[in-house]
Design a protein around this ligand. Sequence first.
Ligand SMILES: [Zn+2]
Length: 222
Amino acid sequence: MALSRRLIVTTLTLLLLGACSSPPPPPPPPPRVLDPDAACLKELRDLRVSFEPQAPFGTPGSCSIANPVKVTGDSQTSWNHPGVMSCAMARTLEHFEQQVVQPAALKAFGKKVARLHHMGAYNCRSRRTEPVTAEAGGYSRGGRLSEHGKGQAIDVGAFELADGTMISVKKDWAGAGKKSEFLQAVARASCEHFNVVLTPNHNKLHADHLHLDIGPHKLCGM
Ligand SMILES: [Zn+2]
């Protein structure tokens, strides 16, 4: 009897202790982080870029893109061929197109650009440097990875107007006239959107295209 009474008292005490000691507070909910990739993809859709998301590939430090997209154009332009690049690069390019390229084309020619002729976006290679042009085809051996290898760059060769008029960096950069003025104005303004802009003024490797990239360096090669 005494034993069972002690048992009851002990049990009650334990229950009371259990009730009084507050349980540990639940862990705070994880902060709501907006997935930057999803946000960028949504922005591309809102900007009416024609693109398809691609699977991430590679590892940082080597050729890789964490959030690749394959772009074929936008609401106003089609591209001569699809270009793979990071979503951030596609977004910057679209802003550049809407804010610089189309207004400049309307101002100079009274027509919009309907087709963008590019010579490559993602490309797993090292940076090109002029001194090794002859022996290594322009690619530095063991050199630093090009921004093209990270999907952060594009080489633009020409803009084609709605009426088929071609404005080519190779043919029209130098000299006087509307086409040259258009290209120079576009290149100058592109420095406000991209971190590195290389033009025919920079070196012979860029005689036929504008290299535009959003890499970590800053250079406006006008
Ligand atoms: Zn390039």
